[in-house]
Ligand binder design. Structure first.
Ligand code: PEP
Ligand code: MN
Length: 359
């Protein structure tokens, strides 16, 4: 898959800000928000949901096609490019008719390959940028699958939006970020712009600043932040929307990091520390090799003695000791537990192979 495209967010020379209300509610609300965002220079693309995929019926489900005219007005009056969520072929058609500049696919839609395929079919031959939100469940292949369906339909201005994952233990967040999932997407497709949506991740306006900064530290290409003139009165997602003034504060306080630096002293120090890490990693691999050898010897011994490979009591004891040791050394207990789970399971596999061998 080659997603390199003219829709290159990097051209913006800094992060892209997709800002505007969760939902278009009234013409006045839409225009008032756009005016403030334009004046404060906090909007690269104006966003507003027109058809709202609500989890339960009887919630506000969006104004529908009528609101597309308000987005056209935003574009004409303030010169802001406009964006909208599409969930069905008819949405795609209406958005294209109204000259919407950018489309995004919501999390519930990405989760359904049938819906994604229908949207991809409706977009065939069109030249519009499309951003795909992660599916509600933390399945990278489903996210990739959605992007690939659009790419196969000839859409070459593609990007992704990370909005966190629902339905699991959240802690303080509305949707658990599980940052390793978008990071893996970035690793697989370094050319694909990935935007972070701290509004839907946090569900609370007070946490948006922190998550936005974290996304910048991880080199995300932009932010999608829901903005409303009177957030507490919003008809959807009221607790996570911020006022344009609050948004300005969040954006101006962001510290934008660079992927690299030309400062010689920084480069020298980094090179030195990375060489150190490389040496330590080599030693770790040597140690794992020695451990494997010992594990094989134990396998031979157990085979001769007709003893089972796996002994729960030994596994429990080993884990307990390693975690205690980690604690006393100030090493993350979680990390040690994960590493030794893998090491132990590899040991079991090695010994199973020895048991399998003919004498
Ligand atoms: C939205 O952006 O308003 C939206 C519905 O988001 P999500 O698909 O991430 O729930
Ligand atoms: Mn929303």
């Amino acid at each position: 898959m080659n997603l390199l495209s003219p829709f290159n967010f990097h051209e913006h020379n800094g992060p892209v800000f997709i800002t505007g209300p969760c939902s278009a509610e009234t013409r006045e609300q839409v225009l008032e928000t756009a005016k403030a965002l334009k004046e404060q220079n906090t909007c690269s693309y104006f966003r507003a949901g027109i058809w709202k995929p609500r989890t339960r019926p009887n919630s506000f489900e969006g104004v529908g096609v009528e609101a597309l005219k308000w987005l056209q007005e935003v574009k004409q009056t303030y010169g802001l490019p406009v964006s909208c969520e599409v969930a069905m072929p008819s949405h795609v058609e209406s958005c294209l008719e109204h000259g919407i500049d950018l489309l995004w696919i919501g999390a519930r839609t990405t989760a359904s390959p049938f819906a994604m395929q229908e949207i991809a079919n409706a977009l065939k031959g069109e030249n519009v940028p499309v951003l795909v939100k992660n599916p509600i469940n933390a399945e990278l292949s489903l996210w990739l699958g959605g992007i690939e369906r659009l790419e196969k339909a000839g859409i070459n201005q593609l990007g992704a939006i990370h909005r966190g994952f629902s339905g699991i233990e959240h802690g303080i967040y509305r949707n658990l970020p599980m940052w390793h999932v978008p990071m893996e997407l970035k690793r697989l497709h370094p050319e694909l712009p990935v935007i972070c949506d701290p509004s839907h991740i946090t569900g609370q306006r007070d946490l948006i600043k922190k998550v936005s900064q974290y996304a910048m530290d991880l080199n995300f290409d932009g932010l999608m932040i829901e903005t409303h003139p009177t957030p507490d009165k919003a008809l959807s997602d009221s607790s996570q929307q911020v006022t344009p003034t609050h948004l300005k504060e969040i954006i101006t306080q962001l510290i934008i990091k660079h992927e690299s630096s030309h400062n010689k002293s920084y480069e020298n120090q980094l090179e030195f520390l990375r060489a150190k890490i490389d040496r330590i990693d080599d030693e770790l691999i040597e140690l794992l090799k020695s451990r494997t050898e010992v594990s094989k010897q134990i396998g031979e011994l157990k085979k001769e003695e007709n003893v089972t490979i796996f002994q729960q009591s030994r596994m429990d004891e080993l884990m307990k000791l390693r975690i205690e040791r980690a604690k006393s050394q100030g090493v993350s207990e979680e990390l040690i537990e994960k590493i030794f789970t893998h090491i132990h399971s590899d040991s079991v596999n090695i010994q199973a192979k020895i048991f399998d061998q003919e004498n």
